[in-house]
Design a protein around this ligand. Structure first.
Ligand code: SF4
Ligand code: SF4
Length: 102
């Protein structure tokens, strides 16, 4: 009898505590956003970090989260080795949860 292949689920986003750790380590230099090809309107890193973590998500940050296509261009310019792409994925998940709650 052949066994059924059951792939392990892949976590595409980091967990909340990991994202918190990364945001706490962020020095706010803005290099990630400068490198991003999807950012179409001005958003401060402060605001992005705050809204990625918790609380309300403003329309501009929500638009950015939806536009992010996970290209990873924001990762290599970070001088402290953080993963903005993963933080954005976490923000996408928060946004989706909020939409489902409404
Ligand atoms: S992963 Fe998202 S935030 Fe990062 S550079 Fe690409 S589009 Fe921009
Ligand atoms: S490049 Fe890194 S340290 Fe600079 S704002 Fe982006 S995540 Fe923070």
């Amino acid at each position: 009898m052949s066994s059924v292949f059951k792939p392990e689920p892949v976590m595409l986003h980091k967990t909340g505590p990991q994202v918190l750790q990364e945001i706490n380590a962020c020095i706010g230099c803005n290099e990630c956003l400068r490198a991003c090809p999807a950012l179409a309107e001005p958003i401060t890193i402060d605001r992005l970090n705050r809204e990625t973590l918790a609380g309300g998500i403003s329309p501009a940050v929500a638009r950015f989260a939806r536009t992010c296509y996970q290209c990873g261009a924001c990762v290599s310019p970070c001088p402290v080795g953080l993963h903005r792409d993963a933080m954005m994925m976490w923000l996408k998940v928060r946004l989706l949860r909020k939409t489902l709650e409404e």
